[in-house]
Design a binder for this molecule. Sequence first.
Ligand SMILES: Cc1cc2nc3c(=O)[nH]c(=O)nc-3n(C[C@H](O)[C@H](O)[C@H](O)COP(=O)(O)OP(=O)(O)OC[C@H]3O[C@@H](n4cnc5c(N)ncnc54)[C@H](O)[C@@H]3O)c2cc1C
Length: 404
Amino acid sequence: MNAIDAAELRRRTGDLLAAHPPGGTEPTDFLKARFDAGLAWVHFPAGLGGLDAPRSLQSVVDAELAAAGAPDNDPRRIGIGLGMAAPTVLAFGTEEQKRRFLRPLWVGEEVWCQLFSEPGAGSDLAALGTRAVREGGGDGDGGDGGDWIVNGQKVWTSSAHLARWAILIARTDPALPKHRGITYFICDMTDPGVEVRPLRQITGEAEFNEVFLTDVRIPDAHRLGAVGDGWKVARTTLMNERVSIGGARLPREGGMIGTVSRTWRDRPELRTHEMHQRLLTLWVDAEVARLTGERLRQQLAVGRPGPEGSGLKLSFARLNQEISGLEVELLGDEGLLYDDWTMRRPELVDFTGREAGYRYLRSKGNSIEGGTSEVLLNIVAERVLGLPAEPRDDKDVAWKDLTR
Ligand SMILES: Cc1cc2nc3c(=O)[nH]c(=O)nc-3n(C[C@H](O)[C@H](O)[C@H](O)COP(=O)(O)OP(=O)(O)OC[C@H]3O[C@@H](n4cnc5c(N)ncnc54)[C@H](O)[C@@H]3O)c2cc1C
C-alpha cells in the first residue's frame, strides 16, 4: 500500500468524487462511501472511517471535498457523537462496538447524547448517584454477558430528544470511593425506561432535557471499558468535549468575531472610538485563540487531547460572551430586540446562528457546558501549570458514606 501523504489523500478523494459525483448521489450515500474510503476522519484506523494517516492531513481531504461541493455531516447536529462518543468508543470499545457504532454516528444516521450530569453531580461529576446493577446480582468483570439495570436521573442532557444512543456513566459499586465505583455504558435511548422531558433555556427554546432512567436495561455488550473503570473512560470523553466545544476549526474571522466585524464594516453610523478599541482587542484575541486551536489539533495524538484543551475552551467561553456583549452594545436598541421566545426543540446546537440577542443569551451557557470556567481554571492550574491541587478529603471514602 502507498504511504498516506497529502498527494495520496488527494488521489483517493478524487477517486471517491469520480465514483460518487456529489450532484448525482444522495448525501447519506455519499457520506457512507466517504466513510468506507477511509476519508471520514483520516487518523482513525482503516476499516473504521480512516486510513491511520496523520490527523493534520484531514484538512487536505476537507478542502478537496468542499471545493467539489460534496455534502458533509453537520457537527451542530451530531457534535456529541463526533466530538465525544466517537473518540471514546475508539479508545475503549471492543472491535464489535467500533464496527457497530462508528459508521452510523459519523454519517449522521444515529444522533448521540451525553448522560453524565445529575441534579447532585455537575462539577463534582464523580459524585453521581445513578445506579447500574447487574441482573442476578453479580458485579464481577467476567465478561459473562447478562444485562445491567439502570435507575437514576440525569439533567442538562443536550439533544436527548433526538438521540438514538447515549454515553452514560453510572455507579456500579457504592462501597468504593467515588471515582472507583463508576462504569461507562452505551445506553439505548429507545428503551421504554428512558423518559426525556424538555428543559427551557434563557433563549426560550429547549435544547437540553432532564432524563429519567427507570429499570433501563443495558446489555453487558454495551459496557465501554472494564467494570469500575468508568471514570478513566469518562475523562477521555471530557478532554475531548473541551476541544469539541472550544476548538472548532474556523477560517480567519470565522465564528462570532466575524459577525460583529461585518456589522462594524457595514454600519459605520454605529461606530464609536471606545468600541473600536474593544473590537480590535477582541479580534486579536479571537485570532490568537483560533491559531492556538489549530496548533493544538496538530499536536493531538489519536483521539486523546490533554488538559490544554481546557485552556482553549476557557478562551472560547470568555470570547463568545465578550464578543456577543459588544455586538449587542454596538447595535444599541436594535441589539435588545429579542421578541421570539418561542418554545422550540432545536435540531441543531448553534452558538453563532440567529440574531444578536440570541447569540448574547446562548453564549451565557458556554462558560457552564463542558465544564465551568472555574473548574477549567483549576485543571489548567493543576495539570498545565503544576500548581498544588485543591484539598480533597473525600477521595478515599466509600461513595455510600459521603455526605450528600
Ligand atoms: C447549555 C448546556 C448544555 C449542557 N449539556 C450537557 C449534556 O449534554 N450532558 C451533560 O451531562 N451535561 C450537560 N450540561 C451540564 C454541565 O456539564 C454542568 O452544568 C456543569 O458541569 C456544571 O455543573 P452544575 O450545573 O451542577 O453546577 P455546579 O457544579 O453546582 O457549579 C455551581 C457553581 O460552582 C462553581 N464550582 C463548582 N465546583 C467548583 C470548584 N471546585 N472550584 C471553583 N468553583 C466551583 C461552578 O463553577 C459554578 O459556578 C450542559 C450545561 C449547559 C449549560
